[in-house]
Design a binder for this molecule. Structure first.
Ligand SMILES: Cc1cc2nc3c(=O)[nH]c(=O)nc-3n(C[C@H](O)[C@H](O)[C@H](O)COP(=O)(O)O)c2cc1C
Length: 190
């Protein structure tokens, strides 16, 4: 299947002054080069959070975006060896719309490049019947990898890793979309 796919780009950080915006400045123009994808953006900085999670309007908006998506690309930093609370609130805002869809991760942080956050997210997404793919793009000491204008010092290496990740994600997105159309996922274990 080579039809168009929708990818939801989900940011983990909503902090003011976040490094996520530097990552986005590199990533979003690169993603535009993957022409088979329509890209939708889920950004904690544009959502309203309450002690119980997203507020009703934000939760409805996020659920409909997750439902629409065929694949997910999660861009997450590492906070105290885990992923940010804002990202968990986004993940927990719905259940079935995640089912039988692939997830890829771009992570960043200090020495670990955010990989400890990613390993925890793999456990979370297993519970949501989603498929977390192996390939990642991981930025260790992320702030040393971009010049003051936000350009990566090693664009070839970074873009090469992104291309591999996107090819894997596309394979899974096509395979799982075909499977979801052939058999409703809920019915597979009914
Ligand atoms: C509350 C907090 C905890 C952090 N804990 C870690 C950590 O455990 N490991 C790490 O590599 N970096 C850690 N960092 C550094 C972040 O990965 C780094 O500041 C990153 O830029 C945060 O992403 P953001 O600016 O997009 O929010 C932490 C930062 C914050 C704010």
């Amino acid at each position: 299947m080579t039809e168009r796919l929708t990818i939801a780009l989900i940011y983990g950080s909503g902090r003011e002054g976040r490094f996520a915006d530097t990552i986005a400045g590199w990533l979003e123009p690169e993603l535009a080069g993957f022409h088979q994808y329509d890209i939708i953006r889920i950004d904690p900085a544009e959502l309203v959070f309450t002690p119980g999670g997203l507020d009703e309007a934000s939760a409805e908006r996020v659920e409909s975006q997750i439902l629409q998506a065929d694949a997910f690309l999660i861009v997450t930093p590492e906070y105290n060896h885990a992923y940010p609370a804002a990202l968990k609130a986004i993940i927990d805002s719905c259940f079935r719309p995640w089912h039988a869809k692939p997830i890829a991760f771009i992570s960043y942080g200090g020495v670990s490049g955010g990989l400890r956050a990613v390993e925890q997210l793999r456990l979370v997404f297993a519970e949501l019947h989603a498929v977390a793919i192996r390939e990642t793009v991981s930025l260790a000491h992320a702030w040393t990898q971009f010049d003051p204008a936000g350009n990566p010092f090693r664009p070839g290496q970074l873009n090469g890793q992104l291309t591999v990740l996107m090819r894997r994600l596309t394979w899974w997105a096509n395979a799982l979309k075909t499977a979801r159309i052939a058999t409703r996922y809920d019915e597979a274990a009914a």
